[in-house]
Design a protein around this ligand. Structure first.
Ligand SMILES: Cc1cc2nc3c(=O)[nH]c(=O)nc-3n(C[C@H](O)[C@H](O)[C@H](O)COP(=O)(O)OP(=O)(O)OC[C@H]3O[C@@H](n4cnc5c(N)ncnc54)[C@H](O)[C@@H]3O)c2cc1C
Length: 435
């Protein structure tokens, strides 16, 4: 009999992990605290409950989520199979009947003899043995404390105060300029604003709609992560003296210091993704889109991650995890889903599959499987392990995670090429590993 793997949390990531492990012939104990102890967002005791929207992302081959869906289908993903069976008409998106979806996941888990399910809150982390932690954005307090004890207090975040991230290829390089304050630091790009552009932006922020959080989602804002709209509310010039200050910056095109700037900081080494420094925001997404388009240089910016301000439990993945999703400090402890630093149902399930597969491979004494860098899962896993730990924010599937393709042509054609390259690379990698 093989050593049993403990999987904690029967959400999107934990169910996928449990199934991946069981299919490799390794027994699993799957712990889930609901319905005995509920989270503030879940409504049922069912596995893989979708807490909000019923969509697992767009299906067009030019959509980054579609590549991840395709990769998941290649490995007979539990979540994708249930989603395909429970699909409802939704234009270009993979949307599901959420009740049926959860029921199908439950049925599949119950039909798998290698999986034992138990309703129990995990309050203590085992010191050794193979384990997949997949307790999601609302990890129970007792377990969160344990995680802090094991991995270090500084490495677990309880809220997500994130600024929008835009795609490098969508920036207007005729306007933005590379420069750090007082030096030539190439890690920053600057969008210069004159006074009328600044005024237009601040006025738009004042009119923009805010996301209305549930009571339990509300945050006490620290001065260091105040939303930009709140900074603007405090005074017309407050942003210009704060995150938008032009101090130390000279626009090489005019030889002058701009009235204000929006700085962009590199999110990845290659500069495919850039975040708006100090622009954490809780504004509604369509309003964020309009506001960002008012910033010179970002008129056509493609947003790969919107700003959010909400409760969220996640690890500082680049400080803690290897690309196989295993804790660097504790062999055999794998982390998946939102807790490992991804965002989204699909991304959670995909990292669940990877963590589960690698936990089972560990039981067999096999090396971990690392999805190729051209695949979306490979891009995500590498991002988690290599992003800057100083300002790490969770990430979802997007084209900026993948290496560029060397062809010219419209965006649509280059994305389709990335899709084809990604799925082929993923297929041959799993074939080679017998997955
Ligand atoms: C309010 C809210 C809305 C969201 N809306 C969307 C959306 O619309 N679209 C989208 O793509 N993503 C959304 N997300 C983000 C994310 O994709 C989902 O939260 C997704 O369910 C995460 O998957 P997961 O497996 O990591 O966590 P979950 O699906 O939350 O699964 C974690 C499981 O662990 C259990 N658990 C927690 N602690 C313990 C413990 N100590 N012992 C045992 N069990 C435990 C929980 O009960 C839960 O069942 C949302 C998140 C939140 C919080």
């Amino acid at each position: 009999m093989k050593e049993r793997v403990l999987v904690v949390g029967a959400g999107l990531a934990g169910t996928e992990a449990a199934m991946a492990i069981a299919r490799m012939g390794v027994p699993v104990l799957l712990l889930e605290m609901r319905p005995e102890k509920m989270t503030p967002a879940h409504r049922s005791g069912k596995a893989a409950e979708l807490v909000c929207s019923n969509s697992l992302g767009g299906t067009a081959e030019t959509n980054a989520k579609a590549l991840l869906q395709a990769e998941m289908r290649e490995v007979s993903s539990l979540i994708l199979r249930a989603a395909d069976k429970a699909a409802v008409a939704a234009g270009g998106a993979l949307a599901v009947d959420r009740e049926l979806f959860s029921e199908l996941v439950e049925e599949a888990l119950d039909a798998e003899p290698m999986i034992e399910r138990r309703i129990q809150e995990c309050e203590e982390l085992p010191e050794e043995g193979p384990l997949v932690l997949a307790t999601g954005p609302l990890t129970s307090e007792a377990l969160a404390e344990q995680i802090q004890d094991h991995l270090g207090e500084a490495f677990l975040a309880f809220y997500d105060a994130a600024a929008p991230v835009v795609l490098g290829e969508s920036l207007n390089h005729d306007l933005v300029f590379a420069q750090g304050r007082y030096d030539q630091d190439p890690d920053y790009l600057n969008c210069p604003l004159n006074e009328s552009e600044y005024r237009r932006l601040i006025e738009a922020m004042a009119l923009a709609r805010k996301h209305v959080p549930h009571d339990w989602e509300k945050l006490e804002f620290f001065e260091g992560c105040m939303p930009i709209e709140e900074i603007a509310r405090r005074g017309y010039l407050t942003p210009a003296h704060g995150p938008m200050k032009p101090k130390g910056l000279v626009n090489p095109r005019t030889g002058e210091s701009p009235f204000a700037v929006v700085q962009l900081r590199r999110e990845d080494r290659e500069g495919r993704m850039w975040s708006l420094v100090g622009f954490q925001t809780g504004l509604k997404w369509p309003d964020q889109k309009e506001i960002i388009a008012l910033i010179p240089g970002l008129e056509k910016a493609e947003i790969v991650r919107y700003g959010v301000m909400h409760r969220n439990t996640f690890l500082n993945a680049p400080a803690l995890l290897a690309p196989n999703l295993e804790a660097r400090k504790r062999a055999g402890l794998f982390v998946a889903g939102v807790l490992c630093g991804v965002e989204g149902y699909l991304e959670s399930a995909a990292t669940g599959w990877l963590a589960g597969t690698n936990a089972a491979r560990r039981v067999f004494g096999l090396d971990s499987f690392l999805p190729p860098k051209e695949s979306m899962l490979g891009g995500l896993a590498r991002y988690l392990a290599s992003a800057n730990p100083e300002n790490f924010q969770p990430m979802n599937a997007n084209w900026g995670l993948l290496p560029d393709v060397r062809i010219r042509g419209p965006k649509r054609v280059r994305r389709q090429k990335k899709f084809e390259r990604g799925i082929q690379a993923f297929r041959s990698a799993i074939l080679q590993e017998g997955l």
